[in-house]
Design a protein around this ligand. Sequence first.
Ligand code: ATP
Length: 461
Amino acid sequence: MVDMDKIISLCKRRGFLFQGSEQYGGLQGVWDYGPLGVELKNNVKQAWWRKMVYERDDMEGLDSSILMNRLVLKYSGHEDTFCDPMVDCRKCKKRFRADQIEASEKCSDGESHDYTEARPFNLMFRTTVGPIADENNIAYLRPETAQGIFVNFKNVLDSTNRKVPFGIAQIGKAYRNEITPKNFIFRVREFEQMEIEFFVKPGTDEEWHKQWIEERFQWYVKLGIRPENLRKYVQKPEELAHYAKGTTDLLYRFFPDRPDEQKQFDEVEGIANRMDFDLTSHSKGGKLVLKDGKVFPNEHAINRLTWFDHETNQHIVPYVIEPSAGVDRATLAFLIDSYHEEEVKGETRLVLRLHPELSPIKVAVLPLKKNHDGIVSVAKGIKKLLQGKAGWRTVYDDTAGIGKLYRRQDEIGTPFCVTVDFQTLQDQTVTVRDRDTMAQERVVIDALPALFSEKLFRKQN
Ligand code: ATP
């Protein structure tokens, strides 16, 4: 498997990702998605939305705001407890997340660090809303998308006539002031999440939790992640958040070069059974109970977040199963898993064997001769035909010889290339080259939309 350095280098060279604010020396923990990166990331999000929202009959979507009333994050518990343990080195003053210090860490003098006791560091970014920057106007950039879903539970329920079980799905930015952002886009300060809160009747929660763990595992596998690189990790009782009845993390092999096999894997998604913790703490008359036993009765919320069960004639507080995935980590996993280097005719061919649904570009149209009006105009016509009709991202490229153009498309994962040559002008056929097999076939232009539609669609399902 490929190590992270090769991925970072490909991403920079081909325009998947750039360091954020690079022009001014960067900003730690922030990355910008370039022309290919934005396509890949959008495709990851669309694949998730298609499978989790469109292909189910029990899901609604939501796009809630990043800035929220401070009380949302008070009653969610984030204001008091969304912290990581932080230590300083007394000598070099560097700061570390206490539970993530690597054994190889050395102080600037080459000796070991001299660590302080760990103390909690709240990860939320604070800001103020409105023209007066005082304590009364504090707000936070949301540290997860989930809270926007919980506080809209009743709005969605009332506006859709949903019955439990049903879910609300959301994709959006989240911000955490990580103590030590690292490992490329694995741990960053601005990222995106794809989260579902799936509301179920108490008593059915464990069965639903199991189903969701399986459903989410399969989502990655169907999109090309090799099952041997994905693990289910059941959190031990002592690792569980105090409100969780059970959590299974999906771990991907992000760090294949680490000697300890277990450490090669890290979280791409967590699937938690949060019971009624969130709906209760955000409810009028409800209460937030913290890990240390502190209780905050909710004196501010205006609604009870319940659902009326007509079968039992009772208001119930549904339990919640939460599959929470990171878009950036998923994107990174797809990049790592699809990266292949192979020998072809004595040369190294770098190919991203991305699932076609994720490929930033679906088809590249390549003219064999760039100065020939006839060939160029047919090639541009094909680009228009495929782009317009099917909406697949199709590009036209004539900036190098055909061999080089194929290699360029291979390393960004384009599933198909279409080459236009002199024969095209006579019989309206083009060469279609398959990225994975490198096989070439001659096809009439008019048959291209149906051919690609079949090939791309078949792989999608
Ligand atoms: P970690 O233990 O790695 O800090 P977490 O358990 O705090 O992560 P969750 O709060 O469960 O993460 O967030 C859900 C998902 O959001 C994670 O599985 C991950 O994919 C993503 N995520 C969380 N923090 C970050 C981050 N700093 N950078 C990128 N993605 C993140």
